[in-house]
Design a protein around this ligand. Structure first.
Ligand SMILES: [Zn+2]
Length: 288
């Protein structure tokens, strides 16, 4: 059995243009920006692997249409984000259609705990769920809510396994964690969008498929080394983007952020970062 990655689009999200790409004023600017992006996909990923199916992120839930699902007092939910998810777009029914029962999913790994990545958790009561331990800690309780996490929406049984990133370098990343015995599905730290955001790298036939979560909203923004408008530490986000680009220079890499409208096509056509001359031109202006 070969490894296969399938994108699962769990509906759509709209954010402000000042979130997609950081502008002067940063996070505050996001709230007052009048300009919305187009509707963007909310992607999760199924990795069919000889050791059992792995799901990366769980997408969003259709419950977001319920009044009061998002905290009305929170300025971000009030002014800066809109979701559109139909019940049959949730990850459970979509896995079903792909012939994979959610109960059969051995491992779920979350890049971070924002609602559009953790909203489908209720489909996986039987899976081992991996999250960075510090990310989980930061997202809990009222402090988590203030930062825009929705811990009160997690299933009552949610008790994730903390990923312990070993001090074992993987490309430019100083720490890593293998999710499979074969060592072909690897978690690396990609802090920035959240302080303990992680990404998942799947290696198939010499190509690294980089399931990037929200390290950037598009490949172009990563190549241009442009951070987003909501990262609590843009400096950290910048270093992460530098590492991803350095990694793409070391080996063939397909870059797959969760909200890039081109991610699914790039996966299908195995489009390698920096293969197009336009991207090479943009990246050559950047010192890494
Ligand atoms: Zn996020």
């Amino acid at each position: 059995m070969t490894i296969r990655i399938t994108p699962i689009r769990t509906g759509s999200v709209r954010i402000k243009t000042a979130q997609k790409q950081r502008k002067p004023g940063g996070t505050l600017r996001v709230l007052f920006d009048q300009k919305w992006t187009a509707w963007l996909p909310i992607l999760a990923w199924l990795i069919e692997h000889p050791e059992g199916p792995i799901v990366v992120d769980t997408g969003e839930t259709a419950r977001t249409v319920e009044s009061g699902y998002f905290p009305k007092w929170h300025p971000y939910y009030r002014w800066a984000v809109q979701m559109d998810v139909k019940p049959d777009e949730e990850i459970g029914p979509q896995l079903d259609k792909l012939g994979v029962q959610p109960d059969e999913v051995r491992t779920v790994v979350l890049t971070h705990l924002h609602t559009d990545h953790a909203g489908g958790l209720h489909h996986f009561p039987k899976s081992k769920i991996f999250v960075d331990g510090n990310e989980y800690h930061a997202a809990k309780g009222f402090a988590g809510k203030l930062q825009g996490y929705l811990p009160h929406r997690w299933p009552a049984w949610f008790d994730p396994i903390a990923i312990s990133l070993a001090p074992r370098a993987f490309g430019p990343f100083a720490r890593s964690f293998h999710l499979t015995k074969a060592g072909d599905v690897t978690v690396v730290p990609t802090p920035g969008h959240t302080p303990d955001h992680i990404s998942v790298i799947v290696r198939i036939d010499g190509v690294a498929f980089f399931l990037a979560g929200d390290t950037s909203y598009t490949e172009n923004l990563m190549v241009a080394q442009e951070t987003d408008g909501v990262s609590p530490s843009p400096g950290l986000a910048q270093i992460t983007l530098e590492k991803i680009l350095a990694f793409a220079r070391q080996r063939p890499l397909v870059y797959l952020p969760s909200h890039d409208p081109e991610s699914a096509n790039r996966l299908l056509s195995k489009q390698i970062v920096l293969e197009s001359s336009e991207l090479r031109g943009a990246a050559s202006k950047i010192e890494v």
